[in-house]
Structure formats: structure tokens, C-alpha cells
Design a protein around this ligand. Structure first.
Ligand code: C8R
Length: 248
């Protein structure tokens, strides 16, 4: 039992791959290209599904590299029209609602972000299947797992492509609305190009006082990261969720 546990498909500490991963990817891709953004240049969903699978199938699930995802990302780069980007950290649902109302775009509004949202995947050396029993956990097993590296490289490309004014929705109900260890803090903010302007919105739960503000230490940290890159910064705080959605 010991040996099976540590050498078998169940050895990782994270949940396994999403059942029917390939089927979901194919269906979401068809929906996105035909219904959600039919105007976007025609994309070959079968090729995209295959490139996604080849990125990780039969590979050591703890040895993911950014390069593994190159062919996939080249088929569908996560770029959006100038000035329409919305970043977020610990505000996923709110940021999506905001983007929808203003016709702005989060990473999940790009094809690859849409395909992967909420899914899990990992493979196993010597097998052409996904491991549906377990996948590496970021903390307990390895950081270089395929799920983490995917969001990292996709977020990096998304941030690099930003231009004009872009926004980030931060959670003002947390003591540190800006977390330098989050994907936004580690990957996106440090990859914005010079001359881009970032507008930060600190939004707290309606009916509670905010826990962080634009003058707090976490936002000063964000400002210093951006100063180093010549990225312009504006910050708006003390907005409840309702106020933010109505008047921002
Ligand atoms: N981004 C990162 N992670 C994403 C994601 C996304 O668009 N979409 C999903 N589903 N995930 P968090 P953060 C998953 O701590 O770390 C981009 C990943 O499994 O609230 O600052 C996006 O452009 C990931 O581990 O936020 C956004 O601007 C968690 O959700 C930031 O990065 C991230 O949860 C958000 O990343």
C-alpha cells in the first residue's frame, strides 16, 4: 500500500484532472469561436485542443516550463484591444461582472483563459492519459506544475500586451489589497510596459468598512514596482461593491 501510494497515480496532494478535459476544451473552444467572438479570426479548435494536450501529456507533472506552452499560446495569444484590459486579485467574480458591464476584458475573456477557467489537468510519464486521481499541489508537491505555469505564462503575455489605460480590481476588505506574491503582484504588474497607465480600484464588501486604502503600505509597494518601470498609476479607494459597479 505504501509503495502504491507513493509511486501510483494517487501520489500528489492536489485534486486530479477534470473529467472529460478534452471534451470540455473542444466544446468551449467551439462556443467561443462560434458564439462568443464569432468576429475573431477563425481558429482551428482541433489544433488548439491538440496543442494543449501535447503541452503536458506523458510529461513529468512537476517539470512544467513556460516553453511547454509556446505552441499553444502562439495559436491563440491572449491579447485584447488597447485600453480594455482588466486585471484582478482576490476579486475574480466582481472583476468579471465589472468587465461584462463595461465591455472590458479579463484574461478569461480571451480564448485560452476561457478554455482553462476552473479546469485542472496533469499527465503522467509513460501514459497518454490525464491523471484523474491527483495532480501536484503548488505548496505540497511542486510549484512548477502545469496548472500554475499555465496561468503564469498566460498572465505574463496578457500583461505584456497592455497599452493605454488598464485597470486592476483589488479587494479592499483584505488587510493587504495588493499581494506581491499573487499572480497579479508577481507576474502582471512587473510586466506592464512603460507609459501604460494602471488604475487601481480598491473595492470592499458592501456594508463593512474597508480594511486597506490607497495610502496603505500594500499599495505603496505596488506603486514602487510601477515607478521602477515608468508605469503611471492612479488609485481609487473606499468604494463598496455596489458603488463600484454602479458608478466607476
Ligand atoms: N489570472 C491568474 N489566475 C487565474 C486566472 C487569471 O486570469 N483565472 C483563473 N481561473 N486563475 P487570485 P491572482 C486561477 O489569488 O493570483 C490572472 C489560478 O489557479 O485571486 O492575483 C488574471 O489576469 C490562480 O492560482 O489572483 C488576474 O489579473 C487563481 O485562480 C490575475 O492573474 C488566482 O487567484 C489573478 O491572479
Amino acid at each position: 500500500i505504501y509503495k502504491w501510494h507513493y509511486s501510483g497515480l494517487n501520489r500528489w496532494h492536489g485534486a486530479g484532472s477534470t473529467a472529460d478535459f478534452q471534451k470540455i476544451i473542444q466544446e468551449r473552444c467551439d462556443t467561443y469561436t462560434q458564439t462568443i467572438r464569432p468576429g475573431s479570426r477563425s481558429r482551428n479548435c482541433q489544433a488548439i485542443r491538440q496543442a494543449f494536450m501535447s503541452a503536458f501529456i506523458s510529461k513529468d507533472p512537476c517539470k512544467a516550463t513556460k516553453e511547454d506552452y509556446n505552441s499553444l499560446i502562439n495559436l491563440a495569444p491572449p491579447t485584447v484591444p488597447c485600453g480594455q484590459q482588466v486585471f484582478w486579485s482576490k476579486t475574480k467574480e466582481l472583476a468579471h461582472e465589472y468587465a461584462k458591464r463595461r465591455r472590458l476584458m479579463t484574461l478569461e475573456d480571451t480564448l485560452l483563459g476561457y478554455l482553462a477557467d476552473g479546469l485542472r489537468w496533469c499527465g503522467e510519464p509513460g501514459s497518454s492519459d490525464l491523471n484523474i486521481w491527483s495532480c501536484p499541489d503548488w505548496r505540497k508537491d511542486c510549484r512548477t506544475n502545469y496548472l500554475s505555469v499555465f496561468w503564469e505564462v498566460l498572465s505574463e503575455r496578457f500583461a505584456e500586451s497592455a497599452c493605454n489605460t488598464v485597470r486592476v480590481v483589488l479587494n479592499g476588505s483584505l488587510e493587504n489589497a495588493f499581494d506581491s506574491m499573487s499572480t497579479f503582484g508577481r507576474v502582471e504588474a512587473p510586466n506592464l510596459r512603460p507609459q501604460v497607465e494602471l488604475e487601481a480600484w480598491l473595492v470592499h464588501d458592501t456594508g463593512k468598512p474597508p480594511s486597506d486604502s490607497c495610502s496603505g503600505s500594500s499599495i505603496r509597494k505596488l506603486k514602487s514596482i510601477l515607478d521602477g518601470r515608468n508605469v503611471k498609476f492612479r488609485c481609487m479607494d473606499n468604494l463598496s461593491r455596489d458603488q463600484f459597479l454602479q458608478r466607476s
